[in-house]
Design a protein around this ligand. Sequence first.
Ligand code: DC
Length: 212
Amino acid sequence: MIITVDGPAAAGKGELTQRLAAHFGYARLDTGKLYRAVGLKVLGAGGDPEDEAAAVEAARALTGDDLEAPGLRSEDAALSASKVAAIPAVRDVLLEFQRGFAAAPPGGAEGAVFDGRDTGTVVIPDAPAKLFLTASPEVRATRRVKQLQEQGTEAIYGRVLQELKERDARDTSRKVAPLKPAEDALVIDPSHLDADAVYAAALEFISAKAPD
Ligand code: DC
């Protein structure tokens, strides 16, 4: 069983996919982490994330340690990630990794929950249960500021909002795998729902797709 949860930054995909993975005992893949790790690796080597050769080299050389690198959640990593993510050759390298994860989820799990931008549209287009979480940039910026503050990082709302909008524009307008809901995805806008209500709606949808 594969569940995909797509949507823009700070819409609540992380929390929802963690709860779903724990509930079903499935492996979880935060696909944004792959792009962040590539972005950070390029920056760490003093390269430009828009330089295709440097970004592809970083993607090919990605290790488990890179996926645990400190700074992965920083806004610098996010910005760099959205630049490397616009390069088709980088996406190809990471696509292979993601499909391998779906075919054989780690730990012998019977399924996987994918968290990302294009996991239902491109990575696993035949996934039986697809969700798309979205909310206005303002709601997401408020959420992201709270998350950053909880991590002890100072965050200015106006700047976070501006960066989210820039990333949205880049993610939705890029030619390869632009951010959009799959035709058969359940679209949830959590702007006026708490996390429990989002989780309940997701569980109901998934259960209908995969009755026991
Ligand atoms: O979800 P996140 O904020 O960790 O993602 C960081 C960047 O990676 C985001 O701007 C776009 C890119 N990304 C992508 O293009 N495709 C994915 N499946 C996940 C992330």
